[in-house]
Design a protein around this ligand. Structure first.
Ligand code: G6Q
Length: 547
């Protein structure tokens, strides 16, 4: 097995030995020794107050991590990304989601084309269409305005749109209903359209390739559903639009390419929510709010591109993630938004982080000799507190947590918001400092339960605090995580922009689909377990048909 040289960088070696010192420290000591720690270990930028004082780090840790960023050439690779170089090495592509949020007056020429002009051409097309749907000017086949918008897509063509719609629901046009269909399980589609009138429903078929089996299966069922109700093929043009890079396949499906919203192969699926894939978002919140969201993305991009590393939010966030993963050995990260509107953020971040950094070979194809992307998971607070937080507080595995919260609620109501936010601060405090046996005894705790009640503490967390959840803030928040993922991937020397790992399962399912038919030949050529499962599935299916 060949090895990779990242782990031989001087800063990596120093961090490895430094981590043994840090592991013998407790956050209680770190705070006791430095009264100003809470003030010093925070960063304020682009509308965020980022508190990382409760991470298990010292000044020396931060110094070494910044050195690691320099030795890993994070700045050089960042600049290469912004310049449109083909940093997606395994697919030989530029990675230019940052171009999706460049202001109109900028230019960025890639392979002879000004991509900013292209981006704004499509944004203008989206805005015209979104306005016509929102105003009721766009009419369905029977002349009625659109009341329902159903986005059909999966993965990067679904998770961003759902997350953004939910996050920005406060800003949405309330007389429009939005549904999101992703799963090839028919239940997803059937339940999404059950109470909708076909002649008031617009389907957005979102698929970069327009070749994804789940999406095309759902799109075909949507067309059949519409035609069963409107009995006229010409209705498709009024009720279907597409978001894709593949005009030929869009036309073959029967969608007028005049109603196709384009994006480009330099936009990765999980980095596409602010491209035309965000058409449902724009219809929901309107072009003005969408533009504000883009400006938030751009502000964070500019910060990432220009701020010195020691005060660079995504650099610091990414470095802390590497520290926790590789040097402290934490294998998962909890993302806990204390805002109900962000309830789909953990699912969105799961794809962004794990599809990007769940890799085990380096740019040049060598197997890594260190850990890469951790598992991300989470739930909105305070719900998680009444469920799995027990393990985070007292379990045998430590879970670094990102808490996300806002100073102002979009729905101020009695004392709700202070109660909500008190929980972020309390949870972070409890995780860091815990409760000792002596403290419990002093409080007069029952001796019999004493050991069970001890909270060791020393469990790291960060708090991302902002004023209010606005479209602009959401853009900045997503860009923060995008660039943090980039920093981590660069340090790990992995291609954060491909996703070959999802291919094998797709190919195998294509082989298996015909084998599941009732009249399929019986000779199966899989392993004995898969053969037995397929045979039993078919037998059970036939049983049902006979009853
Ligand atoms: C994301 C991935 C993946 C992709 C879906 C849908 O980065 O590439 O999640 O978005 O597989 O692909 P299509 O948009 O091509 O249907």
């Amino acid at each position: 097995m060949t090895t990779d040289s990242r782990a031989e960088l001087p800063s990596w070696t120093s961090l490895a030995s430094h981590s043994t010192d840090v592991q013998s420290l407790h956050l209680r000591e770190l705070f006791d020794q430095d009264a100003g720690r809470g003030e010093r270990f925070h960063l304020e930028a682009v509308g965020f107050y980022f508190d990382y004082a409760k991470q298990l780090v010292t000044d020396e840790t931060l110094r070494l991590l910044l050195e690691l960023a320099r030795e890993s050439h994070v700045a050089e690779r960042r600049d290469a990304m912004f310049a449109g170089e083909h940093i997606n090495v395994s697919e030989d592509r530029a990675v230019l989601h940052v171009a999706l949020r460049l202001p109109r007056e900028e230019t960025l020429v890639v392979d002879g084309v000004d991509v900013v002009a292209e981006v704004h051409r499509v944004l203008d097309q989206m805005a015209r269409f979104a306005n016509s749907v929102r105003s009721g000017e766009w009419r369905g086949h029977t002349g009625k305005p659109i009341k329902n918008v159903v986005n059909i897509g999966i993965g990067g063509s679904d998770l961003g749109p759902v997350m953004a719609y939910e996050a920005l629901r406060h800003y949405s046009q309330r007389d429009l209903t939005f549904r999101f269909v992703s799963n090839v399980d028919a239940t997803d589609f059937v339940e999404a359209v059950r109470d909708l009138e076909a002649d008031e429903t617009l389907f957005i078929i979102s698929s970069k390739t327009f070749g994804t089996l789940e999406t095309l299966t759902n799109a075909n069922s949507a067309r059949a559903w519409l035609l069963e109700r409107l009995h006229d093929n010409t209705a498709v043009a009024k009720h279907f639009v597409a978001v894709s890079t593949n005009a030929a396949k869009v036309a073959a499906f029967g969608i007028d390419v005049a109603n196709m919203f384009e994006f480009w192969d330099w936009v990765g699926g999980r980095y596409s929510m602010e491209s035309a894939i965000g058409l449902s978002t724009m219809i929901a919140i309107g072009p003005q709010h969408f533009e504000e969201m883009l400006s938030g993305f751009h502000a964070l991009d500019e910060h990432f591109r220009t701020a010195p590393f020691e005060s660079n939010l995504p650099v610091l966030h990414g470095l802390l993630a590497v520290w926790n993963r590789d040097f402290l050995g934490f294998s998962t990260v909890g993302v806990m938004p204390y805002d109900q509107y962000l309830h789909r953020l953990p699912a969105y971040l799961q794809q962004l982080t794990m599809e990007s950094n769940g890799k085990h070979v380096t740019f040049s194809g060598e197997r890594v000799t260190y850990e890469t992307g951790p598992v991300y998971w989470g739930e909105p607070g305070t719900n998680g507190q009444h469920s799995f937080y027990q393990l985070i507080h007292q379990g045998t595995t430590k879970v670094p947590v990102d808490f996300i919260g806002f100073a102002r609620s979009l729905n101020p109501l009695a004392q709700h918001h202070d109660i909500l936010m008190s929980n972020i601060f309390a949870q972070a405090e409890a995780l860091a400092f815990g409760k000792t046996e002596a403290e419990l005894r002093a409080e007069g705790a029952d001796e019999r339960a004493l050991k069970h009640r001890v909270m060791e503490g020393n469990r790291p967390s960060s708090v991302v605090l902002a004023e209010e959840l606005t479209p602009r803030l959401l853009g900045s928040l997503i860009a923060l995580y995008e660039h943090s993922v980039f920093v981590q991937g660069t340090i790990w020397k992995i291609d954060s922009f491909d996703q070959w790992g999802v291919e094998l399962g797709k190919q195998l399912s294509v082989t298996i689909i015909p084998e599941l038919a009732n009249d399929a030949p019986g000779d199966l050529r899989h392993d004995s377990s898969t053969n037995a499962l397929i045979a039993r599935y078919r037998a059970l299916k036939e049983n049902g048909q006979g009853s």
